[in-house]
Design a protein. Structure first.
Length: 302
């Protein structure tokens, strides 16, 4: 909770400088801003709101089921000298899905599960932290650590464990393309202290968590600040058997940078389809909608 208060306070500082930001951004075209925000290591501050509508499939389902996940990600990089950038990219989740049952999986970004008593509740929180080097052209890269906090109010879809591991980002850009990926690996390091009297929580505590999430980016910049893009998440559960350990999606979407008043906003829509998905239960397809509101970075420049 304290972390969220600090992040919101910093966001307010950025929002309070919207007029100043508008003056600084005036010299940059929407095309230039569109290219900069596509780089996850760039020094642009932005408030990202994403909604995923995921259709599930698998042998354990009687029919089609869906889970809706809303994500809030404040991206607040801080320059460290002339070369490096400190990044912290927390992801806060709100999940609409079953809250009781006996099948669950996925990740906090894309949780999956089959059960009853459908609810809308907070999900687990992800926090990658690290250092990187960002360049408008050529290679950008960075690394650090990533954590998952068991903040979920949903007994079925929450991990009920603290998790920790490494994170690595690498991408290449020229005037027309950006290609790269963001890898995160987690291991469970301790449970959330919930009561084992609840069988769902006990099963989660007993689970050996060892999983990876890799988001890959393929972005083609087009005239007038348009983009063709793909940015889905490949997921691997290293503890699952060979038929249930991999989710491999492909995607196609569009993006457009525009202004709402003085504030530049990046709007994106993407369709993601899993060419490989766990046999028992997994994501079949996802419709992703996202809006990134660019705000003033008080510690650096665009």
């Amino acid at each position: 909770m304290k972390m969220l208060v600090v992040i919101l306070a910093l966001s307010v500082v950025g929002l309070g400088n919207v007029d100043v930001f508008a003056q600084e951004a005036h010299g940059k075209s929407m095309e230039e801003l569109s290219k900069e925000i596509a780089n996850p290591l760039a020094q642009i501050w932005n408030l990202s709101f994403q909604h995923n509508r995921t259709t599930l499939s698998g042998d354990s389902l009687d029919g089609d089921e869906r889970i809706n996940t809303s994500l809030f990600q404040p991206v607040l990089p801080i320059p460290m000298g002339d070369k490096y950038t400190f990044f912290a990219r927390p992801v806060f989740t709100l999940v609409n899905g079953p809250s009781s049952g006996d099948i669950s999986g996925g990740s906090p970004i894309n949780p999956i599960g089959h059960g009853t008593d459908r609810t809308t509740q907070l999900g687990d929180t992800i926090l990658p932290i690290g250092m990187g080097i960002a360049k408008q052209l050529g290679w950008s890269y960075g690394g650090g650590v990533t954590l998952i906090f068991p903040t979920s109010q949903n007994d079925l879809l929450g991990s009920h464990q603290y998790q920790f591991g490494p994170t690595v980002l690498a991408l290449w850009a020229n005037d027309d393309w950006l290609i790269g990926g963001h890898l995160q690996q987690w291991w469970g390091i301790g449970n959330d202290g919930g009561s084992d009297d609840d069988p769902l929580i006990k099963a989660a505590h007993d689970k050996n968590l060892n999983h990876m999430d890799t988001q890959y980016f393929i972005i083609r910049h087009l005239p007038n600040a348009w983009q063709l893009r793909a940015s889905p998440h490949i997921r691997v559960d290293w503890e699952a058997d060979s038929g249930n350990n991999l989710t491999l999606p492909i995607a196609l979407g569009i993006g457009k940078m525009l202004k709402i008043g003085p504030m530049p906003v990046m709007l994106m829509a993407e369709y993601q389809y899993s060419v490989i998905s766990p046999d028992n239960i997994g994501s079949d397809s996802t419709i992703m909608l996202q809006a990134n509101f660019i705000i003033k970075n008080p510690f650096g420049s665009l």
